[in-house]
Design a protein around this ligand. Sequence first.
Ligand code: 5AD
Length: 340
Amino acid sequence: MSKSTREIAILTSEIATQKKASSDEILTLLKTKEVETLFATANAQRQKKFGKTIILRGIVEFSSFCSCPCSYCGLNSLNSDLQRFRMTESEILNAIKVAYQAGYRAVVLQSGEDPFYTGDTLSAIIKVIKKQYPDLILTLSVGERSTEEYKQWKKDGANRYLLKHETANPIIYKNLHPHANLKQRIQHLETLKSLGYETGSGFMVGLPGQQIEDLVEDILLIKALNLDMAGIGIFIPHPKTPLKNVPEGNPLEAMKALSIVRLLMENIHLPSTTSIETSQSTHFYEPLSCGANVIMKKVEPYIYRKLYEIYPNPNLKETSVEEDRITLEHYIKSIGLNAF
Ligand code: 5AD
């Protein structure tokens, strides 16, 4: 039987206070129609920790080469229709400079799994960035690498590492990533945490075969690993992948998952993911009012932004990094919050 507004209000505030929830309680919230109540409690929780501040993060997508055949991703190694690019060290440094000058103080270096950038190559780039911009928080998101490389990059000054678990269901994980497995992914996340990285994971909603119960496991995994960041998005079909005919995920479901994570973890950084913003289905809720506290924006040159096509994004426009930042700041102000 579905719960009343009052029952959901009590349940959400209990979870927010105790910072724990059973599988059944999470399932109740994922299924509830009382989204306003759930989102309001999550929003209050975000505000308690972060006030009016929304963190803007620039993302430099520096290589679209990828050695992995992940069946959902437009960059997958089997997609021979994609025009691939690699940015040189000086292009990367320039993108960082542009982002810094536009006001960003947190930047992510992201790429496909591209062994062209060896541990030493990235090490050199990280060192230069941290020397030039000591106050820049630097996140790496370059896939599964060796423990030695993770160690070296941490020593060089990298602050954070993003490695999404994508789905906590091991069977679905294997179907999507025939070359890998979930257990190994979790081990990498544990290694990154133990090395002192602020560590981020995340998952997609709407994957083929995924049930609502699987989302409960996704949420509980983020809590169990005590992650510092989580990107929760929807699956969007890419026409050049085996999953091209699978319908896109439900953004409302993703926002419910996001808000439940916020109730369970008050300090976690939760981006309003591009996939939710890109969604073609109509939805009336703003992730920043459901517990999200971060927005990520592409900051590499437009030509590369367009080529880094994980999934189609009809909203991508040829704007400058400065313009994008100003537009974002205005938008954040318009909903009563401040950009940092
Ligand atoms: N739809 C939504 N998100 C996707 N990602 C990759 N492909 C897709 C897709 N088709 C996300 C994954 C990955 C990140 C780089 O982008 O979560 O970790």
